[in-house]
Design a protein around this ligand. Sequence first.
Ligand code: AMP
Ligand code: GLY
Length: 443
Amino acid sequence: MSINLKNSKSFNRLEKILIIGNGGRENSLAWAIQKNELVKKVYLIPGNAGSARINKCERIKIDINNKNELVEKLHCLNIDLIVIGPEIPLANGLADFLRKKDFKVFGPGKDGAKLEYSKSWAKEFMQDANIPTANFWKVNSLEEAKKIIYSSSLPLVVKADGLASGKGVFIPDSKDECFIAAESIFNGKFGESGNVIVLEEKIQGPEVSVFALCDGERYILLPTAQDHKRLYEKDKGPNTGGMGAYSPAPILTDDYLDKIIKEIIEPTIDELNKKNIDYKGVIYFGLMITESGPKVIEYNCRFGDPECQTIMPLMDQNFVCLLEKCSMGNLTGVEKIDTFDKVSGCVIATSKGYPHEYKTGFPIKIGKIDSSDCQIFDSGTSLSNDGELLTDGGRVLSIVCQDKDFDMVFEKAYKNLKEINFDGIYFRNDIGHQVRRKSSKEN
Ligand code: AMP
Ligand code: GLY
């Protein structure tokens, strides 16, 4: 792939980086990016109250939908690389727009983001490429859904086709529940995202997250991770955006990861090429390890949250160079990331009521934190007029620690959590239970 060296945003200028997004994910990206000494400034649009605590970081107040103002500002700031965090701007084609304006962008165009914003398209994509995934039906009406639900001998899950902030998947216990879920989606629970639904065979097994940084042709993998999606301990209760995570996921041995590369990762990238999709960004493979092998549960066109907060502290200072290489199409595919032989874990502190209704605006008190190899990334916070840190989201803080083993990681994370308080704070005590020898009672 040729590189236009005449371009003013030329090779290796990495002084000013812009990150779009406002969560813990974007703060952790900023934290990893600023480690590189070439980087002088990291801007976040819009970021959150925690962004300004990160070295070299500054928040910018601007509406990304106001395209002219955005481009003017980015030129004015002399931005060298743009990293787009969330799926919505990617699905709306922001990466395409900024590339056309000659910016280097890490994040797929609208065509690549379709892997996430249309579940039925992603399923057909997998079918075309022979990528293992659960059997499925793309369904356009409730009538059709009813026929499939009541005639199927398989237990099914129900998914809204489009983006639904992680809430569009139902795992019913009976055919009637399945029908009710389909009905609620067709009745407009998720607006246009529910014009089509996907009915899918329910499969079983542990879930893992694998991230490939992709330059359009080549890729490199980040350390694997495992997320805890359920609200309550012992992985019970409703699905959330993620209550905690750990990395790497020891369930993925080198041999098993090789199998995933051959059966899933490389066929995905080949199929993108076949469909002329120039994917420059991260592909998030949400996988289930079933008895019959690994299967794709979902693709996302962004980093996972809280997997990203968990993985970023394991990155060496070249991370930003990898993102830039992806944006320019010049990865070699053999770059190595030095994780310093450490493992990482993250516990999310949420507002009472999350993932349903919750109140915000409660003052956050942070006591004496053991900050060696520990980061607190704000997920949903704001500042009061007096500069006091307030809760401002369902997921409020990501407490992330690294150490030589997971027992040490989670001991430190939970010790630090004892120093953090806000009205209604809730977190799971058993994050990482799969990889801890000490039980959560010993925290
Ligand atoms: P998704 O948003 O597609 O990742 O789905 C959310 C969660 O629903 C996943 O993390 C799984 O725990 C569960 N899930 C999704 N699809 C299936 C399936 N086909 N079988 C069993 N569980 C599923
Ligand atoms: N951790 C799940 C997600 O980001 O979708």
